[in-house]
Write a protein that binds this ligand. Structure first.
Ligand code: UN1
Length: 515
């Protein structure tokens, strides 16, 4: 009956209000505004967020530029101290922010918390990095000369992020950009404004502590611009912004990249993925089953690293695929805050896109398990689906696209070289995996003739990367790298310095010019 369904799904608005207060968000920013914030858990409106117009966005960018001119002069390890304090705020507010991520993006509890953990991890990483912004010393061909390279702050860093990692993606960019001496301006997804406001509030707290400790940080060092596409365009077109890091669809990247190229700004693009895994004859099938299940169904298929294509060797197909189907039929779908493993899709458009892709696959003769809408009591306005396993003969149509939903296309293969070719024969190139205990196959997959993706794994799925490695991919994924390794270099400018400490002036390449 209605009463008990309601009791099982109490209004989330009250909880959101409490979380926003706990996280220190100014109530004026999320009441009475024109952007309606909904939770995909039950479709309820939880806030009405104020948006900025293009003029105030431009003003914020100007202010960020002025802030950059000051911040670049602060020694990098001191900049690191601000990021350390941000990490502290995230640690002490992990529960509240993680919960808000779960409510706003529809993630299960451990993934909401995991997202905040990812933010903490990148802060720790960036603090260490703030003492390691190393340049090279390079052998010079000239007598009594020294050649070296120096890394300098670059300027205002624009960040455009997507709903599915509403705050972690900001932190990968923000933590690095800040220690690199840049200011930051963030345009979050319209679908997740509240977690952005909460993150900004925590950053504000870190900033106040930093200043109370005697740190100097200019006003306007970080800004959040809540708004639609035109605000993203303002950021992309502003010549005060020398680098924009944009995460989202390939269509978004296609709109953004030429505008940045036109004004010679840098683009760090993290666009669509169409990630695959290969299950070989020697795979440990128990481990593979768990790896595939998490990568394909986790986050309801809404990670850019989600497993979307599965190539299974014919010798293990009949023992493995039926087991996988059982998991698909039994995995718990429902309220992500109530212990289920698969939460909702972000909205009705995502549901429609999923149904379209399944329709196409069906027309192509595929066998489909799952994919139907799941009714959750008290959440009739939400979009829950049973993940779909689609056995299909070839890689055409919807298999070549990224549909941001839990659809796993399963294709049988016979020959290793042929499956590598098929693996690489899609426009995207983000993440990839092979499940094998054959050393030759594993190494070949990781070699120049193997996976063409930015991330290639052995015996783990393609999703759930740690922050220590460079994150990003090739081809239509956009080529950008964020997070660990030397991704920081994209947020700085490199100067090559040659110093003559002698009394003569030898010219390079033996050129003579004696005036
Ligand atoms: C994304 O989906 O936009 O590797 C990023 C992962 C996460 C990040 C995903 N660490 O799945």
């Amino acid at each position: 009956d209605k009463q008990s369904a309601h009791a099982k799904n109490p209004s989330l608005k009250a909880e959101v209000d409490a979380l926003l207060v706990e996280l220190g968000v100014e109530p004026a920013s999320y009441t009475g505004g024109t952007l309606v914030a909904k939770t995909p858990i039950n479709g309820e409106t939880v806030a009405q967020v104020r948006q900025v117009d293009a003029n105030s966005a431009t003003a914020a960018i100007e202010k960020a530029h002025a802030a950059f001119l000051q911040w670049r002069l602060v020694p990098a390890p001191k900049r690191g101290e601000l990021v350390r304090l941000l990490g502290e705020e995230l640690r002490s507010n992990k529960r509240a922010l993680g919960r808000l991520v779960s409510i706003e993006a529809g993630k299960i509890e451990s993934e909401g918390l995991g997202e905040v953990q990812e933010m903490i991890d990148i802060c720790d990483y960036a603090v260490g990095l703030s003492r390691q912004l190393y340049g090279l010393t390079i052998a010079t061909e000239r007598h009594e000369h020294r050649m070296a390279e120096t890394w300098h702050p670059l300027g205002v860093t624009g960040i455009i992020s997507a709903f599915n990692f509403p705050v972690a993606v900001w932190s990968w960019n923000a933590a690095l950009a800040l220690v690199c001496g840049n200011s930051i301006v963030w345009k979050p997804s319209e679908k997740t404004p509240l977690t952005a406001l909460a993150t900004d509030a925590l950053f504000g707290r870190a900033l106040r502590r930093f200043k109370a400790e005697g740190g100097s940080a200019p006003d306007g060092l970080s800004a959040v611009l809540i708004g639609g596409r035109e605000i993203g365009e303002t950021l992309v077109n502003n010549t005060r912004v020398p680098v924009v890091s944009a995460t989202g669809s390939t269509a978004m990247g296609r709109a953004v990249a030429p505008k940045l190229a036109q004004r010679f700004a840098r683009a760090i693009l993290e666009l669509g993925g169409n990630n695959a895994a290969i299950v070989t004859p020697t795979a440990d099938l128990d481990l593979t089953l768990r790896g595939v299940a998490f990568a394909a169904m986790g986050t309801a298929g809404q990670r850019c690293t989600t497993l979307r294509r599965l190539f299974v060797h014919e010798s293990v197909y009949d023992s493995f695929v039926p087991r996988l189907k059982k998991v698909y039929a039994s995995v718990s779908v429902g309220n992500p805050l109530a212990g289920n493993l698969v939460g909702p899709l972000i909205d009705g458009l995502a549901y429609e896109a999923m149904q379209r892709a399944l329709g196409e696959a069906k027309a192509a003769g595929a066998g489909i398990v799952g994919g139907d809408r799941v009714n959750v009591a008290g959440a009739e306005a939400a979009f829950y689906v049973r993940p779909a396993l689609v056995e299909i003969g070839g890689q055409t149509g919807s298999v070549e696209r990224e549909t941001f939903a839990p659809i796993l296309y399963v294709i049988k293969y016979r020959d290793f070289d042929a499956v590598i070719e098929l693996h690489n024969a899609v426009p995207q190139g983000l993440s990839s995996s092979i499940f094998t205990n054959d050393l030759r196959e594993a190494e070949a997959f990781l070699s120049a003739r193997g996976s063409d993706c930015g991330i290639a794994n052995v015996n783990i799925g393609p999703s759930g990367a740690e922050i220590g490695g460079a994150f990003g991919g090739e081809k239509e994924t956009g080529g950008g790298r964020e997070s660990g390794s030397d991704a920081w270099k994209a947020y700085m400018r490199r100067a090559t310095n040659t110093v003559n400490y002698g009394r003569t002036l030898p010219l390079a390449q033996g050129v003579k010019f004696d005036v």
